[in-house]
Design a protein. Structure first.
Length: 226
């Protein structure tokens, strides 16, 4: 039996879930426009461990959302996950952020030929996106792309779009094949639970010392004026 702590901080949503054999027991999350991850993450973790009636030593692994997403958010989540793994001498599991976002549609009744496109905002008309089948198999790899009327035209199937990009994508993606599911906005640690448990069973872990978040694009610090 495995207790896995799941941490999701790739977007505005600061989310933590404790799972037992892949089933969520407790979770805490808040989507704050001001990004309250630094203030809330460790509080949420402590609250969940305490409320579950277990100790940190009962954890079998820690899972963290690996990106793409917010540079600062990812750094906070990965730093916390690494610290726990070092202290407890337990493995670290990395979960694809867009895959867990796609899992937000688990339980939805989708056509067999449907495609799921999870998106994370990446400034202006750019998004981080991937394409999955209705069975959550990856059809197209993660990429950063500018959304235009030609986006996803190679797919002749209903395309279900989820994430925090509906406002800027709706005026551009106007074909009837695009269905925007606006109540699935941010990735959640709840949707990491099954994925992290499957990785745990296969011993699919990452090196705690060398693991880095998947930023997808380089982070540029603004230059200082002379």
């Amino acid at each position: 039996m495995a207790y896995i702590l799941n941490i999701e901080t790739a977007t505005k949503n600061c989310s933590v879930a404790l799972a037992h054999d892949g089933k969520a027991i407790l979770h805490r999350e808040i989507a704050d426009k001001d990004y309250s991850h630094a203030e809330k993450l460790h509080i949420f973790i402590d609250e969940i461990i305490s409320e579950a009636g277990i100790s940190y030593q009962d954890l079998s692994a820690v899972a963290v959302s690996q990106g793409p997403g917010s540079y600062t958010g990812l750094r906070i989540g990965v730093s916390a996950a690494k610290g726990l793994c070092y202290a407890l001498n337990i493995p670290l599991i990395a979960v694809d952020t867009l895959q867990s976002l796609a899992f937000g549609l688990k339980g939805f009744s989708l056509p067999e030929n449907a495609l799921i496109v999870p998106m994370i905002d990446a400034r202006r008309m750019e998004v981080y996106s991937a394409v999955y089948s209705a069975m959550f198999d990856k059809i197209r790899q993660i990429q950063a792309e500018i959304i235009t009327p030609e986006s996803f035209q190679e797919f002749d199937a209903p395309v279900y779009i989820i994430g925090d990009c509906a406002e800027k994508c709706k005026p551009v993606l106007t074909s009837d094949k695009f269905i925007f599911i606006e109540n699935v906005v941010y990735p959640s640690a709840l949707d990491m639970c099954v994925l992290s448990y499957e990785s745990h069973k296969k011993s699919d872990t990452v090196d705690v010392a060398y693991f880095e978040p998947y930023y997808l694009k380089d982070f540029f610090f603004p230059s200082k004026s002379s």
